[in-house]
Design a protein around this ligand. Structure first.
Ligand code: HEM
Length: 366
């Protein structure tokens, strides 16, 4: 834990496992929108972020989370299995005659966005729009953001709000069996959800629901290629897929960095964090802490127990963790069943230069 005085990134940086866990468990640390000081004019981004369960007040968080969480229980998520399997098989079919595939855009992205689009009830064919919006949104909340990325993000946010307003209008007139229609019912029946919260929830689910899952699926495949012994182990014993997924989450955590604000003076490991100060939690580093994980920089797909923090912890623990695990499991299982000798095209596979997410630019495999 140390304090940075760099103007743009002022606050406490926490990289250790136990310290990260302490902060996540401590309700005096609040999750707040990561809006930088130079973006006072970006009201539309701020409003959407403030109405997301991830960044709202503890009281609104409880209400919003309890409304949405029932749609993401392991049993409900398991109902998506046939759709996920069908989508994976179609994607593999599309590339199998080519002999090569670009994992991110041919496989991970279309899978994750089709699944969340199907759950929300937005047209799957719109996924090229989601890709653009997510990319700009992600950049705007990253440390490496610039005024230009914030400008793009404002435009993307306006487009995404307009998009969901249109879908909500359509579902209000003609409800379907999708999540948006169900949330509208909650809003109308008990006034439990405001209009801004409904839009913010749709945006959060669309963005949180696929960017990190794309990262998990693509990094997992890359890790297996980089670690042929582990790949062989998994091919010999496909049952290891469950512990393997947990290890991929630990080793290349898709969400690398999250933030909190101290609501009062709090002492962590003798450091006094003052009220209002920002705390940055480096989940990727905590998950490689050698005081917690034996051989922490080694990929071991049999690692068990594996109490990683890739999905966060406590109040804001990832709501989509069961869905993400299921998608990754099916995507990797089916790929290994179909491809005998998985290899990357030479020199391939590099990560984006952003701090907040472990995100592969592209990965060509044969
Ligand atoms: C929260 C990671 C997939 C929806 C979180 C948090 C993390 C995370 C670290 C906690 C953030 C914090 O405490 O500040 C991941 C990873 C995923 C993934 C690594 C994939 C591998 C998903 C999916 C969905 C989803 C598929 C939705 C369908 C959410 C929501 C929250 C959240 C709504 C906010 C929960 C709250 O504030 O109570 N996720 N996520 N995530 N995630 Fe995920």
């Amino acid at each position: 834990i140390y304090k940075s005085t760099l103007l743009k990134y002022q606050g406490w940086y926490i990289t250790g496992y136990e310290e990260t866990l302490k902060v996540l468990k401590d309700s005096r640390f609040h999750s707040r929108p990561p809006i930088p000081a130079f973006s006072r004019n970006y009201e539309n981004i701020r409003r959407i972020q403030e109405n997301m369960m991830l960044f709202t007040t503890p009281q609104h968080h409880r209400r919003l989370r309890s409304l949405v969480t029932k749609f993401f229980t392991p049993n409900i998520v398991n109902e998506c299995r046939p759709f996920i399997e069908e989508t994976v098989d179609e994607l593999i079919d599309q590339v199998s005659c080519r002999g090569t595939m670009e994992v991110v855009s041919d496989y991970a992205f279309p899978l994750a966005s089709s699944v969340i689009a199907k759950i929300l009830g937005v047209p799957v064919k719109d996924y090229s729009l989601f890709k653009e919006w997510t990319a700009t949104f992600i950049q705007s909340i990253d440390f490496t953001r610039s005024p230009k990325t914030l400008g793009n993000s404002r435009k993307a946010t306006e487009e995404i709000i307009a998009y969901f307003k249109k879908i909500i209008r359509e579902r209000e007139q003609e409800p379907k069996e999708d999540l948006i229609s169900k949330l509208i019912q909650e809003k109308q029946r008990e006034e439990k959800l405001s209009y801004d919260e409904l839009i913010a929830t749709c945006v959060l689910l669309l963005i949180a629901g696929h960017e990190t899952t794309v990262n998990l699926i693509s990094s997992s495949i890359f890790l297996l290629i980089q670690n042929p012994r582990q790949l062989e182990k998994l091919q010999d014993d496909p049952e290891l897929i469950t512990t393997a997924i947990e290890e991929f989450l630990r080793f290349e955590s898709p969400a690398q960095l999250i933030a909190r604000t101290a609501s009062e003076d709090i002492i962590i490991n003798e450091a006094v964090i003052r009220k209002g100060e920002q705390v940055y939690l480096f989940l990727g580093a905590a998950n490689r802490d050698s005081r917690k994980f034996r051989n922490s920089h080694q990929l071991e797909i049999t690692r068990n127990p594996n109490p990683h923090l890739a999905f966060g912890h406590s109040r804001h623990f990832c709501l989509g963790s069961s869905l993400a695990r299921l998608e990754a499991k099916i995507a990797i299982e089916r790929l290994l069943q179909n491809v005998q000798n998985l290899q990357a095209v030479d020199g391939n596979g590099h990560y984006r230069k952003i701090i907040g997410f472990k995100s592969l630019v592209e990965l060509h495999v044969t």
